[in-house]
Design a protein around this ligand. Structure first.
Ligand SMILES: Cc1ncc(COP(=O)(O)O)c(C=O)c1O
Length: 369
């Protein structure tokens, strides 16, 4: 049996007529940039996130950079974030001119370890960016307490956690601002690049919208130099269709995660994901840990099962951050886990047979090895 890591074709097939109609409407109305589809999506997505504003932008990386700039963060400032994320998070800090300050991940939940944030705060610290990694909300109540104590801004990097929650609060509505990616493989994915900024703060919303559109609100009245980063009409129309299905898809992801965790519970040498109390995760990724990661990944590949590693090199260990002169002792868990983590296939259309096959193959590997 062949099991892909994600199957975007299966999802397209399940909503084909809705998507095709939506795209045709954009073409018929030539609403390529701005227009009703973008406006509708911004409104609908803000509603789902429980926020007042949503600004569609070109991608999730721009969303972080623009939101930081809209909060006045730049050269001379420091921004704290997780040592284990996709480089987009830290890259966007650097492109504002600010300095990245990494914090290790929590040993059980893989999101930023909130107990290690305070020791990294200096006079220059302006913001914290928790990443809701793998679709698991970071410990926002504790992070917000720290932010309040030190008067720091909080940007929730929600690229992997569309419409999840913690203690009943929707991810994206808890910090000062939150950013999303609509990269095709994300839980809410476009058919190209796309991103969004959501916030309840009028000033951050206004500045973000201006930054993303050449520093203007009205045509040709540019108040400052910004960038060109806009969500386009076709992507917005597709996202509007998909948004109607997101809760159902998230439920399917949670069910799959539950089945995996039950079936793999008795396999020694594997650690399945743990959930922080109070969260409703959305399992963008289902990540296990094992000392034999590479051997297991190869074995699964031989048996037709595609897996991934998110991410194989902790951010501080990347050449891009060699100037920070970090070593393993600074981020023990992020460094240890980079060679242990393995992401199993997870997408709403994954069938019970496929899950059984994956779990049986994992068990077979441990019996043979
Ligand atoms: C945690 C995280 N932040 C930011 C991004 C950047 O999003 P995009 O690829 O849309 O620029 C991603 C996407 O891969 C991500 O996973």
């Amino acid at each position: 049996m062949n099991v892909p890591f994600v199957d975007l074709k299966a999802q397209y097939r399940s909503i084909k007529s809705e998507v095709d109609t939506a795209i045709q409407d954009v073409l018929d109305n030539t609403a390529f940039i701005k227009g009703k589809h973008v406006e509708n999506f911004e409104k609908n997505f803000a509603d789902k996130c429980n926020t007042k504003h949503c600004i569609g932008v070109g991608n999730g990386t721009d969303a972080i950079e623009i939101a930081l700039k809209a909060m006045g963060i730049g050269a001379g400032d420091e921004v704290i974030t997780a040592a284990n994320s996709f480089i987009a998070t830290s890259e966007a800090i650097t492109t504002t001119g600010a300095r990245v300050v990494f914090v290790d991940c929590h040993p059980d939940y893989y999101t930023i370890d909130w107990t290690k944030i305070e020791e990294k705060i200096t006079e220059k610290t302006k913001a914290i960016i928790p990443v809701h990694l793998y679709g698991q909300p970071a410990n926002m109540p504790e992070i917000m307490k720290i932010a309040k104590k030190y008067n720091l801004k909080v940007l929730e990097d929600s690229a992997q956690a569309h419409i999840s929650s913690i203690n009943g609060e929707t991810i994206g509505s808890i910090g000062d601002v939150a950013t999303f990616s609509f990269y095709p493989g994300k839980n809410l994915g476009a058919y190209g690049d796309g991103g969004a900024i959501v916030t309840n703060n009028d000033e951050i919303a206004k500045k973000s919208r201006m930054w993303a559109n050449h520093g203007r609100i009205e045509k040709y009245n540019h108040e400052f130099e910004g960038v060109n980063s806009r969500l386009d009409g076709i992507q917005a129309a597709i996202l509007n269709v998909k948004l109607k299905h997101i809760e159902k898809w998230s439920e399917q992801r949670r069910n799959i995660a539950k089945i995996y965790s039950n079936k793999l519970r008795d396999v020694k040498n594997i650690t399945t994901p743990k959930e922080l109390t109070g969260i409703v995760p959305v399992y963008h990724l289902y990540v296990i840990r094992t000392g034999k990661r590479d051997e297991l990944q190869n074995y699964l590949k031989e048996k037709g099962i595609s897996t991934g590693v998110h991410y194989p090199i902790a951010l501080p260990a990347l050449k891009a951050y060699s100037y920070l002169n970090h070593s393993e002792k600074d981020f023990p868990y992020s460094y240890q886990y980079q060679s242990e983590i393995l992401s199993l296939p997870i997408f709403p259309e994954l069938s019970d047979d496929q899950i059984d096959y994956i779990c049986d193959t994992i068990k077979e590997f441990y019996m043979l090895s």
